[in-house]
Structures are given as structure tokens and as C-alpha cells.
Design a protein around this ligand. Structure first.
Ligand code: 5GP
Ligand code: MG
Length: 182
């Protein structure tokens, strides 16, 4: 796996430090409240971020899951977000925090927010680990953002290319020939 990496953009240590800061910001935003908080990770890219983040949060919470796909197979351009598996938990009257790996064109977040609103939660906020500012749309904003990155395709810390590299601990760019050969 290491041999496929061109360059590390964000190291494991930088990720840990920033996720810790994000957890503090998020905790400050949700003081002990009733009803509780529901985390809704967008699968599968957000799983590592989710696992690290929620273990740093002190409040009681439930986890819901929703699966959206915009890249299938060996591609690095979004093909438009589509719902693969709907929310598996009741969020009516609850505070919801959507967790995603990266905000790019905004199609994924827009779709998920529209879906979740149908269930009439009390509030919806969003935390994303990464944001590509060059494409970040005006109307789709995240409440909590880890890092701004340049407009290049990244892998690691949950993010995949053609299903691989989710377990790579840093955020990185692959060697150019790895993208074309899949
Ligand atoms: P959007 O719908 O905002 O265009 O894209 C968000 C989704 O596309 C993310 O949840 C992620 O799954 C995927 N995505 C966007 N940029 C990248 C990237 O650089 N690398 C990877 N692995 N996935 C990306
Ligand atoms: Mg995703």
C-alpha cells in the first residue's frame, strides 16, 4: 500500500490533533441536552473519522447510518450522489449531527439533508473532515470543518479509491499511474 502513495497531505498526528479540536467545538455546541444527539455518518468514507471523533465526545448519543454513493469503481470524478441505504433510526425531534469525510460538490450533503428533514429532527448540523474550497457550493455549508484541501483526489483515513486505501492512516494522494490503472 505504501508503495502506491505519492505524497502525504495530512499526517496521522495532524488528523488526531484536529479531530480532538473538532470534538471540543462540537461538545461546546451540544451542552447536556434533552432529547439526545444522533450522529448520522454517511457511509462508508466517514467511518474512521466517526470512530475517532465520537470517542472524544462526552455526551450520550445514538448512531444512525445512511449510505450514499457518488463514485463507483475506479473513478475520481463524482457521478452524482445517489442513496444506497436509507437511515436506520428514528430521529424525529432529535438533534442530528451528520458526519462526512469530505465536502466537494455538495451533492452528497444536500441529498442527505433533504432525506433527514423528512423525519422532522429538532436540528441538523454537519461535520466534515475535509473540504475542497474550489468547488464548495455557497448553499451547502458545513458547521464543523477539519481541513481545507486543494482540489485533488485523496485517499486514506476512511477515504477510498476503487474500494482500497480506507485503512491507510494518513490523508494522501496516490501515484498518478495508480489512478489510471485502478
Ligand atoms: P460531493 O457529493 O460533495 O461532491 O462529494 C462528497 C463525497 O464524494 C464524499 O463523501 C466522498 O465519498 C467522495 N469524495 C469527494 N472527493 C473525494 C476525494 O478526494 N477522495 C475520495 N476518496 N472521495 C471523495
Ligand atoms: Mg462519501
Amino acid at each position: 500500500m505504501e508503495g502506491d502513495i505519492e505524497r502525504v497531505l495530512i499526517s496521522e498526528q495532524q488528523l488526531a490533533q484536529r479531530v480532538d479540536e473538532m470534538a471540543r467545538d462540537i461538545a461546546a455546541c451540544y451542552p447536556e441536552m434533552d432529547p439526545g444527539l444522533v450522529m448520522v455518518p454517511i457511509l462508508s468514507g466517514s467511518i474512521i473519522f466517526l470512530a475517532d471523533l465520537i470517542r472524544l465526545l462526552p455526551m450520550k448519543m445514538k448512531l444512525g447510518m445512511i449510505t450514499v454513493s457518488s463514485y463507483s469503481g475506479a473513478v475520481t470524478e463524482s457521478q452524482g450522489a445517489s442513496l444506497k441505504m436509507d437511515l436506520n433510526i428514528d430521529i424525529r425531534g432529535q438533534h442530528v449531527l451528520i458526519i462526512d469525510d469530505i465536502l466537494d460538490t455538495g451533492g452528497t450533503l444536500r441529498l442527505v439533508r433533504e432525506r433527514l428533514r423528512l423525519h422532522e429532527p429538532k436540528s441538523i448540523r454537519t461535520a466534515v473532515l475535509l473540504r475542497k474550497p474550489s468547488k464548495a457550493p455557497k448553499d451547502v455549508v458545513a458547521d464543523f470543518v477539519g481541513f481545507e484541501i486543494a482540489d485533488e483526489f485523496v485517499v486514506g483515513y476512511g477515504l477510498d479509491y476503487d474500494g482500497h486505501y480506507r485503512n491507510y492512516p494518513n490523508i494522501a494522494v496516490l501515484k498518478a499511474d495508480r489512478y489510471t490503472t485502478g
